[in-house]
Design a protein around this ligand. Structure first.
Ligand SMILES: [Zn+2]
Length: 262
């Protein structure tokens, strides 16, 4: 990890100074009289002041700054910030969907409810809430899906689409998982059971529960995400979680500007 604030953002230093091309990573850049940096390798050019502003906005995105507050801090129109945020968020949405193959090995499954005002019980019509099905491969990554319902049919459909047959599944005692044993090995966690046995050490869903708290923490920063926009934010959170041990800011730069390390 070792991602102190300075080391996280230091990867942008040469771009901010106009020494390195943001699009291809080349150092063969020229400065034009109109304040542009022009790359002699890939031929692309960009206004240095715009580049600096976009990098500052990406820093704000990395730090979970609400768009209106960042706009105020940077003295730019909120639309400028929103445009950068949306473009990156859309890219993250597609990347999160595309990444990796099927989950395998030990997999934790759980559902969670987000948004809305009332505390909804699972299975009930939870007005205004988004229902999320989460699948987490231990020591690896999470995959999330906003679902219409948590019926056994719907859950099994996603389990078959996103996990390898014969995996080992950990869930709580929810009925929706009862046909899982036909697809793999199924362990049910009983939260109320107090005894500690050897089996119980592995028998938990702490991984996916950790993801839910991670998601709720981030959504707290983005106060008031609408149900319509929620799936996009969820995928951003999934992407952040799956790459949380890397320099996320550096990833955001590369994704946003399309820079591929030469
Ligand atoms: Zn270039």
């Amino acid at each position: 990890m070792g991602t102190g604030r300075n080391t996280v953002f230091s990867c942008a230093a040469n771009f901010l100074r106009g020494r390195k091309c943001i699009f291809c990573g080349s150092f063969q850049v020229l400065h034009t009289s109109r304040g542009y940096v022009k790359c002699q390798l890939c031929g692309k050019s960009k206004s240095l002041s715009r580049l600096r502003r976009e990098i500052a906005i990406l820093q704000g995105f990395y730090q979970l700054q609400p768009a209106y507050r960042l706009a105020r801090d940077l003295s730019v129109d909120v639309k400028v910030v929103t445009r950068v945020y949306q473009r990156l968020r859309e890219a993250l949405f597609h990347l999160a969907e595309l990444e990796g193959g099927k989950l395998k090995g030990e997999i934790e499954l759980d559902e969670a409810y987000f948004g809305g005002n009332r505390k909804g019980k699972r299975g009930r019509a939870a007005a205004g809430k988004s229902v999320v099905f989460g699948l987490l491969e231990r020591e690896s990554r999470v995959y999330t899906k906003v679902v219409e319902s948590v019926s056994a049919d719907e859950l099994m459909r996603h389990i078959q689409a996103k996990t390898r047959k014969g995996s080992v599944y950990y869930t709580d005692a929810f009925r929706g998982y009862q046909s899982l044993k036909r697809y793999g090995k199924h362990h049910t966690i009983n939260h109320s059971k107090a005894f500690v046995s050897r089996q119980r050490i592995k028998n938990h869903i702490n991984g996916i529960e950790g993801f839910w708290s991670y998601a709720k923490h981030i959504l707290y920063h983005y106060r008031g995400v609408s149900k319509y926009h929620f799936p996009m934010y969820l995928k951003e959170i999934e992407y952040r979680f799956n790459h949380r041990t890397e320099n996320l800011f550096k990833r955001f730069l590369k994704i946003y500007f399309g820079y591929v390390s030469p």
